[in-house]
Design a protein around this ligand. Structure first.
Ligand code: ADP
Ligand code: ASP
Ligand code: MG
Length: 469
């Protein structure tokens, strides 16, 4: 279906009744002939449900109940503003049922009845289940013929609660079976992002921020013409705006550039979003629901090389660096296999790896299994552990082939200790590790050197202006 447009709205785009009203206008204006809508939970709802679940798990059922009740009251208020007649009654009933079911699930967590991770997924799923009903109601109230689709009938995953992996064939098949008949009947499907189910029907989730990924999976299954990610910034910016307030939108990124940025910390896109879009060559557009006419960022197969090559700087904190040194590595094979098998056994993802003749350094984000990993690695060599590290990732097509970039970058932050430099593994990034307490400073200085000085010296938006053309 070449004329399908996926529109995904993040939590801040559906924070309150006024935000829902803006979303309805966006679906009408930007959804093309066949829109499919994917929606996140209301801003703050997923955090609150996790907090409620944590309180429940600690046995504080009263506090858990209060957290959940506040959120449900908030939904009731949004419902009262947006819905009337039968739709209002049916949403009221859905809230009453959610109240009852959530109380049972929180009791289950407190009494340790059942698998806690599975219960947590069930609890947090109410965020998207309620927001999708509200959005479908708001669209219907505005005269858009719509239908809520339970995402758990469409996105089928393995059983890894909290961060499940979709089963591609089942997901594509179910997605088409659920959505194509609705599109053929000229109805606008509204799906919850983030939530999914196993083949046996148990609720799972795709990991925090996973609604972007749902949108990409829907887009791939329907061979959409475009996947639009509507958020609270006007596209992917040259750096995280919370760290660099002067960061600016990037008009166009290649899939490779966007994937690296998302993976190395640009929260605006869930790291797995780009893969399904790349597989089907579907453009992904990142837009601002508060400024819908801003051009945003288009992510597609090709993108220009910018003067100076750097297009954005991402960063990710909370990492641990491990170094394993062993002279047994010299001239031996099988060492790296044995080393990575340790991480495999503990289901721990390694982000960046560098090697010398006698040592391997690598970064981990998930340090839950660290003690066990370190004790197994000691059988292979000497192990050192550096906590509180951060990755900085400089991204741009042409980075590998533009002379002088590494020198410019490292001169800019020459008084900050840099370790684990990786360039060339991908054609579009240069990645390195610094101490966590210096990372903001490193990012700000690099941003100034790569973008702001250039702009100041030309009196205009030199790099960005030329790249957009
Ligand atoms: P949503 O609720 O719409 O999914 P998110 O909070 O997940 O929104 O993502 C948008 C946020 O990502 C922005 O408000 C911004 O603070 C943060 N962000 C981090 N890095 C970047 C970047 N390079 N470009 C744009 N936004 C970024
Ligand atoms: N509501 C989920 C979260 O807060 C998913 C998302 O927003 O993409 O993580
Ligand atoms: Mg998000």
């Amino acid at each position: 279906m070449g004329d399908v447009t996926i529109l995904k709205f993040g939590g801040t785009s559906v924070a309150d009744a006024a935000a829902f009203t803006r979303v309805v206008t966006i679906v009408r204006r930007h959804g093309g002939p066949r829109p499919v809508v994917v929606v996140s939970a209301l801003a703050g709802m997923t955090d609150a449900l996790f907090a409620g679940a944590a309180a429940g798990a600690e046995g504080d059922v009263a506090r858990a109940g209060r957290i959940v009740a506040d959120q449900l009251d908030r939904h009731a208020g949004v419902g009262r503003s947006l819905l009337s007649g039968d739709a209002a009654v049916s949403f009221h009933d859905q809230l009453a049922q959610a109240r009852q079911e959530l109380a049972g699930l929180l009791d289950g967590l407190a009494g340790r009845v059942g698998d806690a991770a599975a219960l947590r997924d069930e609890i947090v799923s109410y965020g998207e289940r309620l927001s999708s009903s509200l959005l479908a109601g708001a669209l219907a109230a505005a005269g858009v013929a719509t239908r809520v689709v339970d995402a758990r009938r469409c996105v089928i995953t393995d059983e890894t609660h909290g961060g499940a992996t979709p089963l591609p064939a089942d997901t594509e098949c179910r997605m088409r079976a659920e959505l194509v008949p609705l599109l053929e009947a000229a109805l606008v499907p509204v799906l919850a992002g983030y939530i999914a189910a196993t083949l046996s029907g148990r609720t799972t989730t795709l990991g925090r921020g996973g609604s972007d990924y749902t949108a990409a999976l829907v887009g791939a299954a329907l061979d959409a013409r475009e996947i639009q990610i509507w958020t609270d910034v006007s596209g992917v910016l040259t750096a995280d705006p919370r760290v660099v307030p002067s960061a600016r939108p990037i008009p166009r990124l290649s899939y490779a550039e966007a994937a690296e940025l998302a993976y190395f910390g640009a929260k605006v896109l869930h790291p797995k979003t780009i893969e399904p879009a790349t597989a089907r060559q579907i453009p992904v557009r990142i837009c601002n629901s508060l400024a819908p006419d801003d051009p945003g960022t288009v992510v597609a197969a090709d993108a220009a090389v910018w003067p100076g090559a750097v297009k954005a700087i991402a960063h990710k904190t909370g990492l641990t660096v491990l170094q394993i040194a062993s002279t047994r590595m010299l001239g031996a094979y099988g060492f790296l296999r044995a080393l990575f098998e340790v991480f495999d056994r503990h289901r721990t993802v390694v982000d960046v790896v560098t090697t010398s003749e006698v040592s391997v350094s690598l970064t981990l984000e998930d340090a839950r299994a660290l003690p066990a990993i370190v004790s197994e690695l000691r059988a292979l060599g000497e192990v050192s552990v550096e906590p509180h590290r951060a990755i900085v990732c400089v991204v741009g097509e042409g980075l590998r082939t533009t002379p002088g970039i590494a020198a410019r970058i490292f001169t800019t932050i020459q008084d900050i200790n840099v370790s684990l430099i990786s360039q060339g593994a991908s054609r579009v990034n240069l990645t390195f590790v610094v101490a966590e307490d210096r990372v903001y400073e490193a990012v700000r200085r690099l941003h100034e050197a790569c973008f702001e000085r250039e702009r100041a010296s030309t009196g205009g938006d030199a790099a960005i202006g030329r790249a957009a053309s």
